[in-house]
Write a protein that binds this ligand. Sequence first.
Ligand SMILES: Nc1ncnc2c1ncn2[C@@H]1O[C@H](COP(=O)(O)OP(=O)(O)OP(=O)(O)O)[C@@H](O)[C@H]1O
Ligand SMILES: CC(=O)N[C@H]1[C@@H]2OC[C@@H](O2)[C@@H](O)[C@@H]1O[C@H](C)C(=O)O
Length: 396
Amino acid sequence: MAQLNKNLQHLFTIAQKPARIGIGLMSGTSLDGLDIALCQFTGSGLQTQCELLQFMTIPYQDFFKSEVRSVFSRRQVDLEKVCLLNDFIGNYHAELVLQALGQWAIDTADVDFIASHGQTIYHAPKRLHRQEGYPNASLQIGDGDHIAVKTGILTISDFRQKQMAAGGEGAPLALYGDVLLGSKAGEDRILINIGGISNLTYLPVNGDMSKVLCSDIGPGNTLIDVFSRNYFNKAFDEDSAIAFSGEVNEGLLNSLLKHPFFGEKPPKTTGPELFNEEYVRKAQERSGTSHIDPKDIIATLSAFTAKAIADFTRAYLPKGAKMFVSGGGAKNPFVMQYLEKRLYRTTIADTAALGINPDAKEAILFALLGNEALAGEPLVVGDNPSVLMGKFSFAE
Ligand SMILES: Nc1ncnc2c1ncn2[C@@H]1O[C@H](COP(=O)(O)OP(=O)(O)OP(=O)(O)O)[C@@H](O)[C@H]1O
Ligand SMILES: CC(=O)N[C@H]1[C@@H]2OC[C@@H](O2)[C@@H](O)[C@@H]1O[C@H](C)C(=O)O
């Protein structure tokens, strides 16, 4: 029988290891930086044991942010810039991985794989684009071959395409990680991530996979960030200082919540393609609040994030479930307090209570999906696409 070539032998060896070291990379819609999670895995599927060995977020420089923003969630872009950024981001993320490994004093040869989300630049489920004959679509850039060649580490990337090919909207992939790491028999749980966009996974008390629900909810920090930048020249509303100094405008809040997306049944996905500056401006026009104090806009947008979560929870999830929050929004006290007030009968903690670092959760998710791509079996969770995701890039 012919020998497997070197790449396939390497793949085979890693796939058969009893334990694997993997790096998960997440660059989210907030564009704050690259999250890098170094994880050790034993087993796969529902038997997965995952230990977070190291984690860091390397903040992006302003130049990089503005380059990405020039194409991010925009319908009209400089196509050459998209092409350049795809390779540039792959290369740049590889450099950041090498930087992190250097700081942790870990040799690249000790890492079995990198699982990279890339940078979403456009997310277009059918519910958004509504173009006859076109499928659900989503585009993540930051090419995996560049990461593999530059780091010398087997890289798995572009996870969302397979999930869409199998009928999904390409998100939230948190479903798979939350089921594998977050379920606990005897406890009704809601795992919620408040990043640029907020999403949640409901994990039922009896482990009934047909009842698991994972969906985007609406804006997380994205609108708060945009308006903090525009009006206050701040990347975000740190510790809700601006929101606490303003007042929620109920007219604007109601207008923001009036969009068919909120009435659509979950699971559903969204992004800054919908929840953007124009969305807010239109809501302001409709509610006659175009000239209110910018502090009140920030307070209202923070309330919008929290109320959308509370409304979703009340509409679709059983009372009494415990809520565990992750993502940067968990550090926004205005959002958290508003949520606690609206869901006063719900116990709310951050995912640290489950032993999951709330900042690292999404990067861990991708490491986990990489581990599954190597050694797992497609997970069956209700009607959700049951597939292993990710494309393999070899270093040589
Ligand atoms: N101390 C803080 N006070 C208020 N907000 C904060 C604080 N720290 C972080 N944030 C918010 O969290 C955001 C970053 O969140 P996170 O890193 O979870 O987003 P992301 O991973 O890019 O998003 P997504 O999950 O949508 O892809 C910041 O842009 C900011 O809005
Ligand atoms: C297309 C895309 O990048 N979506 C992100 C975004 O950020 C949060 C929310 O919208 C979620 O659907 C998803 O990311 C997480 C990691 C997910 O797929 O679970």
